[in-house]
Unconditional design. Structure first.
Length: 392
């Protein structure tokens, strides 16, 4: 069914990196969400009124909020697809995240509202009634939500959409809440004990937790999250695949929406190659990055001494010392400056975020002492820096 809908409503569906194709995926997900959630709202509300069940009605209005969320997501995707303009040179892609954030507030509001109603139901309980038809409607809604979770997860993975993955998680939360509601009705049928209000509280808490999860997932790219390791490997492998590039480091990725990323990276080039030759290679990589990865890439050139065997040997020694202290550490931008009394070793060390405050100073001291142990003339002038890539 998922592939049928994609093939039917998304042109060129296989080109998921294309902004227009991605927008069509978002529109499809939004329309499916609106239709399914409105149908579920109508069915559950009818059941809730027949059974006098606050947990069922809470579940129904949760589906109505999901339908509103789908509308907001639909509008957000359409607005996010607007091209760049003078006021927004990086496009409007982040609107999709803002739309998802609004959705999270709606979900939280629904949860809070029905938490209040459930508490009132416990204080002043009402008699429940049982209907086999109503129970079948609820079981059918569970099946629909399971499919919607699968649908959004599959599309979300296909186009790398945080919003769709959050929607999939929300759908699975709905499965849990509706299942709890069914359990409370069956429990009443078997025992005559009304636990509807308590189940309503549980349903409301699950709904609120889903809202918090959606907010967290959408706030991260807005605040500025570390680059995904997969993106890191794609960019570095592409850059380092070109002849004339010895290595790379200091990758920073800026996200301006699911289909709009800018990045900067330092590329190491031989210091004995004409600068115009290296510059031509850098220009070609930047152009290819847009075509192959869809990323606007800015590359800074770092000259590296490749024919000075002495510099290479010392760099290897220092690298071994640093990695012996912590295998997660790495060095780059290594240079040597000879003096009469000492030899300055200038380099940068990339350290994990676990190192803070005193730990950084202690690490710097340990590196300096161990390197000086190689040769008393060595004097380390190092810069400790953090990576902008998420740890794997």
């Amino acid at each position: 069914m998922v592939d049928f809908l994609v093939h039917k409503f998304v042109k060129n569906f296989e080109y998921t990196e294309n902004a227009q194709v991605r927008t069509e995926y978002g529109v499809l997900a939004g329309m499916v969400g609106i239709v399914c959630n409105l149908l579920l709202f109508g069915g559950k509300l009818s059941v809730g009124l027949v059974l006098h069940s606050i947990s069922v009605m809470a579940d129904a209005f949760n589906n109505l909020s999901d339908a509103a969320s789908s509308v907001i997501g639909f509008v957000g995707v359409k607005m996010a697809s607007k091209p760049a303009d003078q006021d927004h040179p990086f496009g409007h892609g982040r609107i999709e995240y803002i739309a998802a954030l609004i959705v999270s507030f709606l979900v939280l509001e629904v949860g809070l509202s029905f938490l209040k109603s459930a508490v009132g139901k416990i204080r002043e309980p009402e008699d429940l009634s049982f209907s086999a038809v109503s129970l079948m409607v609820l079981l059918g809604s569970i099946a629909v939500k399971l499919w919607m979770g699968y649908f959004n997860r599959k599309l979300g993975k296909r186009i790398h959409s945080k919003v769709m993955m959050a929607t999939a998680a929300d759908a699975m939360g709905d499965v849990v809440t509706t299942s709890a509601t069914v359990a409370s009705i069956l429990f009443f049928r078997l025992t005559g004990i009304n636990i509807d209000g308590f189940v309503g509280i549980a349903v409301a808490l699950v709904v609120m937790w889903a809202g918090i999860g959606i907010a967290k997932d959408t706030l991260e790219p807005l605040i500025g999250e570390a680059a995904d390791p997969e993106v890191y490997h794609k960019i570095t492998e592409m850059v380092e695949s070109y002849e004339g590039i010895l290595g790379s480091h200091d990758l920073i990725v800026h996200n301006y929406g699911p289909t709009r990323s800018l990045a900067s990276i330092h590329a190491e080039v031989p210091n004995d190659v004409d600068i115009e030759v290296s510059h031509e290679i850098i220009d070609r990589i930047e152009r290819d990055a847009v075509k192959k990865l869809g990323i606007f890439l800015v590359i800074h050139m770092d000259p590296v001494a490749v024919r000075d065997e002495r510099v290479t040997a010392v760099r290897t020694e220092v690298k071994a010392v640093v990695e012996e202290l912590d295998s997660r550490l790495s060095i780059h931008d290594f240079r040597m400056v000879d003096g009469e009394q000492q030899m300055n070793l200038i380099f940068d060390v990339v350290v994990p975020y676990a190192y803070q405050g005193k730990d950084l100073k202690q690490l710097q001291t340990k590196i300096s002492e161990k390197v000086r142990g190689l040769d008393s003339r060595y004097h380390c002038i190092m810069t400790l820096e953090k990576s902008y890539v998420a740890e794997e």
